[in-house]
Every structure is written in C-alpha cells, then in structure tokens.
Design a protein around this ligand. Structure first.
Ligand code: GTP
Length: 334
C-alpha cells in the first residue's frame, strides 16, 4: 500500500524552532517526527511513502539520502508553491502515479493507530474516503465529525465556534482514500481536504470515519512538542521508546537532568539542572543554569533561570537572567 505524508507546512506556531528546522524534522526521542510517523505507517502495511514537500524540502531529502525511512521506500514531491492539504495530496499522488486505495497522513501527527485496521474498515464499507477520529476535550480548533452507526459521516464541521459543537470527535489527520477523491481536487490550485473535499464526499454519502482510543498527538504548538517527548520518556507509546540523554550529548557529570530529552550535539555544563525539557542539538546550557518546561535550540548563559520558554537557534538567555514564558528570538519580530 502507498501513502502520501503532508510535510510542506510552514509550522508557524512552532516558531522560532521552525525557522531552521521544519516541524516534521524536529526530533521526538532522538528521531525526527517524520520517521516515527512513517514507522507507524510501515507497521500498518504501507511500503512506499511520498513526502508532499513545499517549505524547506532540503532537510528531508538530506536526512534520508538512501530514499528509505524506517524500512519504507520514500519518494519526494516538491510543490512549486504551497497548495494547501488537498492540492498537496493531488500533486504528490499524481507525481508518484498513485492509482489504487492509498493512505494520507499529516506529518506532524504522532499516533499508535492501527492503519491496517482502518484500511479494513474502509474496504468493508466500500467508502470513497475514511477518516481517523479521536476524542478531545476542546474540539474548537479542529474539524468535528458526526456519523451514523456504521460510520457514515453525516455532518462535517471544520473548526466549530466554541460551544456550538455537539460532539468531540475530531479529524485526527490519517485518511484512507480511493483514487476517485483525487479527481475532485483541482489541479495545481490551493485547496483544503478538510474544508472542501471531505464535505463534498460526505454530501455524496461516501465519507466514513472511525474513532479509536489510540495515543494521538498533533505536534502543532511548543507545549505539545514538549509533551510528545515527555510522553515517550514516560512510556505512554505502544511501540516507541527512547532514552533521555543521547550518548552523543556532552553532559557534565555534575549536571542534573530529570524527565528531559538531551540530543546528540547538545552541551550541558557543570551544576546545571534541566527538568521536563527538550534540549536540541547545538544548544548550550551554562554552568549552574536552571531550565524547566522549555525547548532549547539556542544558548542559556551561566546561572540563568529559564521556565516555559522556547529558544530558537539564535535564541540567547544571558548569564544570570531570569526568563519565563518567552520565545526568543521573538517569532513575530521583523
Ligand atoms: P502552522 O503554520 O503552525 O499551522 O503549521 P502547518 O504549516 O504545519 O499547518 P497545519 O498543522 O495545519 O498542517 C497540517 C499538515 O499539513 C502538516 O503536516 C503540514 O506540514 C501539512 N501542510 C499544510 N499546508 C501544506 C501545503 O500547502 N503543502 C504541503 N505539502 N503540506 C502542507
């Protein structure tokens, strides 16, 4: 089975991290998010993935020079301009000659979903398109789906206003599609699968959905990126595990690291303490600095205290400074 994985978004909500690293290439437990996404597709029977690329394609191509990822064959389709989700799926599927039932996944969604089971569900119902659903407490920033008993979608509301939705089952970002869906998507134009294509398939009676209770996380915002790493360390994933400190990290023996991921190429100096944080390759945490609930790609000076912050590669907290809830450099500046 073949799949298209969407990885061409700008990742604006994860700036400044995504100024240098595209969101699906950010590591979760020392492996890029995309590698964990592709590994789960592989477990579900996917043998070939086309990466739908746009913004910053090079890091993906460089990361998998052999054209394989997690044992799955990779192809690359680079859009000349961002085509939004449906446009990107059409472009990537056309580029790789997809002409049979295929899987689509968002490249920033981590899940333990059994993809083979979703394909079985799709085939049993003769669906044109099937979506994976997940229950969330606050559905207002997602697409909400209401369906009848056998899973046929009756109503599809993308990002309902708070308080107006009757359900909490949301579009979880993995789809099984028939090639006929591609013909519904305009060629080479911006178009959204969630807002345009799926409502059209639903009104023709061909859209089905299946809710599961699998681990699921949309790595859209910094606190969710942090959770993705902490969940892995805490053993909340069905298949994936990770150690906190990579053997290639330079961690001083006096430093205290608790519930954190420290990447190869990161440096943590004597007396520093790091808790519930992600320290990425190239980051430096100075002597006696304290880092809590933060994602650090930049530099924390000696004796500084950093809580709930995101430092991009150019982000600096000066020696002795105390900072809480900041992003540096400011993603909205310039
Ligand atoms: P934000 O800018 O923070 O909203 O992040 P994003 O750009 O990743 O957008 P969003 O999370 O809504 O996108 C969902 C998925 O679709 C992600 O995996 C994106 O990489 C991908 N995506 C969004 N727009 C495009 C596009 O125009 N082309 C391609 N190829 N992928 C896209």
């Amino acid at each position: 089975m073949r799949a298209v994985v969407l990885v061409g978004g700008f990742g604006t909500r994860l700036r400044p991290l995504t100024h240098t690293i595209p969101k699906p290439m950010l590591p979760v437990g020392h492996l890029p998010i995309i590698e964990r996404v592709v590994a789960n597709l592989g477990r579900g029977g996917v043998t070939e993935v086309t990466l739908a690329l746009g913004f910053k394609p090079e890091p993906f191509i460089d990361a998998f020079p052999g054209g394989a990822c997690a044992g799955v064959q990779l192809r690359y389709a680079v859009e000349p301009e961002p085509l939004d989700t449906a446009g990107a799926i059409r472009f990537a599927a056309d580029a790789s000659g997809i002409d049979d039932t295929f899987v689509v996944a968002n490249g920033d969604v981590l899940t333990d979903l059994d993809v083979a089971e979703l394909v079985r569900f799709h085939r049993e119902r003769g669906a044109e398109a099937t979506m994976h659903l997940i229950a969330v407490d606050d559905p207002s920033s997602f697409g909400v789906v209401a369906m009848d008993e056998d899973g046929r979608v009756r109503r599809f509301v993308e990002k309902p206003a708070p308080g107006t939705s009757s359900g909490n089952l949301i579009n979880a970002g993995t789809y099984i599609l028939e090639p006929s869906v591609l013909a519904r998507i305009p060629l080479g134009a911006r178009s959204s699968i969630e807002r345009v294509t799926f409502p059209a398939v639903a009104s023709d009676g061909g859209l089905y959905a299946k809710a599961t209770e699998d681990y699921w996380l949309d790595v859209g915002r910094p606190e969710l990126y942090l959770s993705a790493n902490l969940d892995l360390l805490a053993g909340r994933r069905r298949y994936d595990t990770a150690t906190g400190i990579h053997p290639g990290a330079a961690v001083h023996p006096d430093a205290v690291i608790v519930d954190s991921t420290v990447a190869a190429g990161a440096r943590i100096d004597s007396g520093a303490s790091v808790r519930e944080s992600v320290i990425l390759s190239g980051a430096v945490i100075g002597q006696q600095a304290e880092v809590v609930a933060s994602v650090i790609l930049g530099t924390v000076g000696a004796g500084a205290t950093v809580t709930g912050c995101v430092l991009g590669s150019e982000g600096v907290v000066a020696a002795g400074e105390r900072v809480a809830g900041e992003r540096r450099p400011d993603p909205d500046a310039g």
